[in-house]
Write a protein that binds this ligand. Structure first.
Ligand SMILES: [Zn+2]
Length: 125
């Protein structure tokens, strides 16, 4: 059984599109989900240290126990946890990826889910 990991919003509308996308993207059977409201904002701001560490502990559990092959961070349209504009949220995704790269030694990708619940991978360099 092959796994990847997603740090996703808790919003029910994005779960299945993101899981379907990641199963194809990384050729995995299962996607371990760590969910919070607006996780791209939480990781980008790094204001709530305990919550950031809680997210990272759960990601590490997925990596250590399921040998996850990659990690994705998600932002989406109409997010209750991160009501910022699309452009601002793409900035949060970028900052979240840069933060995760310092802590996780796996490929990390950023995903945007649009108003039609389509999943778009956002390049970060
Ligand atoms: Zn959300």
């Amino acid at each position: 059984m092959r796994f990847c990991t997603v740090i996703n919003c808790m919003d029910g509308r994005v779960q299945i599109p993101v899981i379907d996308y990641l199963r194809r993207r990384f050729d995995v059977d299962s996607v371990d989900s760590v969910t919070e409201p607006g996780p791209n904002l939480i990781l980008a701001e790094h204001r709530n240290h305990d919550l950031v560490e809680s997210i990272l502990r759960r990601v590490t559990m997925s990596i250590d126990n399921h040998f996850s092959v990659a990690v994705a961070i998600v932002g989406h349209f109409d997010c209750a946890g991160n009501p910022a504009s699309r452009e601002e949220q793409l900035g949060h995704l970028r900052d979240a990826v840069l933060m995760l790269r310092r802590r996780v030694e796996l490929p990390i990708i950023a995903l945007w889910v649009d108003e039609r619940w389509r999943v778009i991978e956002i390049p970060v360099d």
